[in-house]
Design a binder for this molecule. Structure first.
Ligand code: NAD
Length: 355
């Protein structure tokens, strides 16, 4: 197959980690006889420096016209004081909205080799951590009106039934492919938008009789994720709740550097990125863990290119790398062999086999 991939290296560690993911994709192309064409896209701080805009229309167009987008990370101290509408993160919000990717899927899964890295008690980890958070990505308070009037600031939280229904369906369909348990998370004891959310989820449930739907208030969910994560299979929630809960979920699995994500909309063209930021504290030092980005590339193959075997091959190669005792600094423990970002990519490429 021939695929066009828009590549956004971004800022900080972005270029280092993306380069390792591209090495892995190049090896997959050789092993499986595919051709991946890469188009470089400037977004974030580097685009502000170049064009005075975190995502110019011409760069967004390259993404929309590609088969999928692979992103490293954007942002850094250098751009902290630019006006809000010009911040690097604005580029990211514009990209998500421009691509129409309304569903962000983040797996929270513990690799058995890294069980010790979880901050949770061993007895809780032993029960298993393997769930997905499906987060609504282009609605809610992040996309409502923002304004400041004198010393009062206002941010509007708004959801329509249509917006809730389309993300709800992704939640049910994701659960159907897993253990058929869907937990809908909201704040229906306080918010009208949450009451509508709950109503729509229960209406949809009739169409997915094989999925067991439960409801949970967001504050309780934040507690349950650390108390009993094994109870979850798929969580579906709105934008801001999902943003916060998915960071919490990533921490219980050990390292932020290991976790990939996919964002999809109505078409197969998706946005794939690790969940972490641009880590300016370790940028340019060959210390970053590229595995979250490499696994994001695997998700791209699985969900956008319908290449499940190729995705499995990457995940196996990562597992072999960990089995062999190699660790980047963020997941290092006694008795393991410390490697840098480039060596990590090289060793994973070397472990790749057609399966
Ligand atoms: P961060 O995720 O960049 O870093 C948090 C901590 O985790 C740091 O100590 C960092 O060194 C470490 N870390 C992150 N990724 C790592 C990796 N792959 N390997 C090893 N260690 C890793 O979060 P932050 O420090 O709050 O934000 C830094 C910048 O990134 C900010 O400008 C922020 O706005 C931006 N940001 C961007 C995105 C994105 O592009 N999607 C997401 C979050 C934050």
């Amino acid at each position: 197959m021939v695929k066009q991939i828009a590549v956004i290296r971004g800022d900080g560690i972005g270029p280092e980690i993306v380069d390792q993911a591209l090495r892995v994709l190049d090896r997959i192309a050789v092993l499986y006889g595919h051709t991946f064409h890469y188009t470089d896209v400037d977004m974030g701080g580097c685009a502000i420096d170049k064009y005075g805009d975190p995502l110019p229309e011409s760069e967004l167009k390259k993404c929309v016209e590609s088969d999928s987008v692979l992103l490293g990370a954007v942002g850094g101290d250098k751009w902290n004081n630019v006006p809000g509408h010009l911040r690097p993160e604005r580029g990211l919000l514009r990209l998500r909205a421009g691509m129409g990717v309304y569903s962000n899927n983040r797996p929270a899964k513990i690799w058995p080799q890294l069980a010790d890295a979880s901050p949770l008690k061993a007895s809780i980890v032993a029960q298993g951590i393997d769930f997905i958070i499906v987060r609504e990505l282009i609605g809610g308070i992040y996309f409502g009106e923002h304004k400041t009037e004198g010393n009062t600031a206002i941010d509007v939280l708004k959801y329509s039934e249509t917006e809730i229904e389309r993300i709800g369906r992704i939640g049910f369909e994701t659960a159907q492919k897993r253990n058929k348990k869907l937990c809908s998370v909201e704040k229906s004891n306080v918010l009208d938008s949450s009451r509508l959310w709950k109503k729509v989820m229960h209406r949809l449930a009739a169409e997915y009789p094989d999925v067991e739907l439960s409801d949970m208030l967001v504050d309780n969910c934040a507690m349950q994720i650390v108390k009993n994560p094994a109870q979850f299979d798929v969580i579906v929630t709105e934008n801001m709740f999902g943003d916060i809960l998915s960071d919490e979920a990533s921490m219980i699995t050990g390292s932020i550097g290991m976790i990939p994500s996919s964002s999809l909309g109505a078409t197969a063209c998706g946005l794939y990125e690790p969940i972490h930021g641009s880590a300016p504290d370790i940028a340019g030092q060959d210390k970053a863990n590229p595995i979250g980005t490499i696994l994001s590339a695997a998700m791209m193959l699985r969900y956008s290119f319908d290449m499940p075997g190729e995705a499995d091959a990457i995940e196996h190669a990562v597992s072999s790398f960990l089995d062999a005792g190699f660790r980047t600094a963020d997941i290092m423990s006694d008795g393991m062999t410390l490697v840098g970002c480039q060596r990590c990519g090289e060793l994973i490429v070397r472990s790749l086999q057609k399966i």
